[in-house]
Every structure is written in structure tokens, then in C-alpha cells.
Design a protein around this ligand. Structure first.
Ligand SMILES: [Fe+2]
Length: 331
């Protein structure tokens, strides 16, 4: 049985909006994100860089912080509609035991830090500094011309628990992965902004950030990103694809950045917001649904992910047994 939808949530979260990750060499990371993905630098100093997609008018959707330690994700950022929503969020997440706390964050309005039920460090804000949209500044478009942040995928040991928690906060279930004939859920696709994903939870050792994803407006942007990755020596970091997702039908390519953080560039998916839109079930046993053509991902794609800063990683009770490229070729 699926968790129920909550159409009148305690606060209005509008979307997944930004990520804060650590990197060991800020210049190397900026080279990757500006030349391969095509992100725009909003501001930077010797320790921190703030980047945005070419259509984004908010100050940042990716924050890179220089750190000598193991690369980690420090925050998954979400936006709420108004300042009132931020106050309501504080009360709702406090009642849920998430220890919310208001903090100062550069280039953002009041910012609420909390830890969700999976252990994932989240921050909410209603405002950021405004920047010019670069969507018609064609001479500044580079690499994959990443337009805007779209979603992230997080590995967690208990997918159902994560789904119940975030659906109570108003996230709608658009798609889910569940074997036929059982009640176990392997993955959930949850959304607030009206397309299938804002946050995706998959069964695995976690919590860990599997990837964050930018939308590209044109299919050829994906191929251009791959070509430029090859030219600049990042070719081996094209980890999966280009390929085609199943029901969402988006074309995708996954890169690993210089610190191993995984970023997806994809050509976006369908609209999902009307009341009659029921969640779509995928049976992972049907290869034509989860992989319409091409080869499956190599094992690394299923197993490797970015830890969250200072957050213990737990193993799932029933580890996934995905069809990896290695298994596929050994059949
Ligand atoms: Fe994705």
C-alpha cells in the first residue's frame, strides 16, 4: 500500500533548488562545471564558488566549497513559497523531530537547517539574491548549456520511511519501483514543482547523494557536453549514457566531477500535477521498462555515491540486486 498524498501540507515547499558540496581543488571543479556542464559563475572567492544554470535567475543552484577532506555533500537545498512558509516549515519539522534551526547563509534569505528522517541535511529558504537570466546571452553558453537544477537522487536504507515523511510534507509520488506481487518499494520519485522528480529515494547504503541533475533544453547539448568532456580530459568521467530513461522518457548522461560527485544532464520530462495523475509503477523485473535500449549502467553507478557531511551510513535490510553492465555482459 502506498503512502497517502497530502494536498494541504503544513508549508509550501516549491522545489529542490540547490546543493552544497565540498571539493578539493576549486579551480579544477570550476573548470569542469563551467566548461562541461556550462554553468555560470555568480560569485566566487578563494574558498567558495556559487554557480547557476543559464536560465536561472536565482544566485545559485550549486555551491562548491574548498575542503581538503573527503568530498561530501553538506546540504540539499529546497525553496519555499514565502517567508510565512518558512515559519510554518520550522514548526512542522520541529514537530517531526528534525531539529530545525535558523542560520545565516550568504546570498540567501532566512535559511532553515534541519535533518530529515533519513539523516539527510536539508536547508530551506524563501529567497536568494537575483541574477540576470543568461538564456538569451548565447555567447556565454558553454558545454552542455545546463539550464536549471531539476532534482536529486538519494540512496537510503528505508525507502518507504523516506516516502511517508516527505509525502506528509506535501511531496507527491509520481513514479515508484516495486516488484510485481509484493509490497516492497525499491525507489520513489517525489515532486513538488509539477514534473516527475524533485527528490528521488532509492534503496541502498545511505543516506548518500547519488546524483543531482540539471535540465538541458536541447538534445544536442548532451552530446556537446560529452564531446567537450572528451576534449578536456574528462572523457573517462562520462559514467553512464547518453541513454534513454524508461517511463520519464528523458535522454540522459551522467558525469562524475573531479571529486566523484555525480551530476546528470538530461533533456527533461513530462508534466505531473493534476489530481487524476496516479503514481506510475515500474516493475524492476521488466527490462523494457527500466531500460528501453542500450546497455545497463556499470556497477559503480549503482554502488558509489557522495556521503553527507558527518552523517553515518547504514546498510539496507534487503540490498538491491541491480542488473549491472558486468552482470549483463556475463549472461
Ligand atoms: Fe536523475
Amino acid at each position: 500500500m502506498l503512502p497517502p498524498a497530502q494536498f494541504n501540507p503544513p508549508c509550501r515547499i516549491t522545489r529542490t533548488s540547490h546543493f552544497v558540496v565540498t571539493v578539493r581543488d576549486l579551480d579544477a571543479s570550476l573548470h569542469f562545471y563551467t566548461e562541461v556542464l556550462g554553468l555560470i559563475v555568480s560569485s566566487r572567492d578563494s574558498k567558495t564558488a556559487y554557480l547557476r544554470g543559464v536560465e536561472e535567475a536565482c544566485h545559485h543552484s550549486l555551491v562548491l566549497r574548498r575542503s581538503a577532506g573527503e568530498p561530501v555533500c553538506q546540504r540539499v537545498g529546497m525553496r519555499v513559497m514565502t517567508e510565512d512558509d518558512l515559519d510554518r516549515a520550522h514548526d512542522a519539522f520541529a514537530a517531526a523531530g528534525c531539529a530545525p534551526k535558523f542560520v545565516e547563509a550568504p546570498h540567501q534569505g532566512r535559511t532553515l537547517h534541519l535533518t530529515d528522517v533519513t539523516g539527510c541535511p536539508i536547508e530551506l529558504t524563501a529567497r536568494m539574491d537575483a541574477m540576470p537570466r543568461m538564456i538569451t546571452k548565447f555567447t556565454s553558453h558553454r558545454g552542455g548549456c545546463a539550464q536549471r537544477i531539476d532534482h536529486c537522487q538519494i540512496l537510503v536504507p528505508d525507502v518507504r520511511r523516506a516516502a511517508i515523511f516527505w509525502m506528509q510534507m506535501g511531496f507527491r509520488l509520481s513514479e515508484y519501483i516495486a516488484p510485481a506481487g509484493g509490497d516492497e518499494i525499491f525507489g520513489v520519485f517525489l515532486q513538488r514543482k509539477g514534473n516527475p522528480h524533485d527528490i528521488v529515494f532509492f534503496n541502498g547504503e545511505g543516506p548518500r547523494l547519488h546524483h543531482f541533475a540539471y535540465a538541458a533544453s536541447e538534445t544536442h547539448n548532451l552530446l556537446r557536453a560529452c564531446d567537450i568532456a572528451g576534449e578536456l580530459g574528462f572523457g573517462r568521467d562520462v559514467e553512464r549514457g547518453p541513454g534513454r530513461h524508461g517511463p520519464g522518457h528523458a535522454l540522459f548522461v551522467y558525469f562524475r566531477d573531479p571529486d566523484g560527485h555525480r551530476v546528470e544532464l538530461f533533456n527533461t520530462h513530462y508534466q505531473m500535477m493534476d489530481l487524476e495523475n496516479e503514481p506510475v509503477r515500474w516493475d524492476p523485473g521488466d527490462p523494457n521498462i527500466s531500460l528501453p535500449w542500450g546497455l545497463p549502467a556499470r556497477r559503480n553507478w549503482f554502488e558509489e555515491a557522495t556521503p553527507f557531511d558527518g552523517v553515518a551510513i547504514r546498510a539496507p535490510a534487503h540490498p538491491p540486486k541491480p542488473m549491472t553492465l558486468e552482470k549483463f555482459l556475463a549472461r
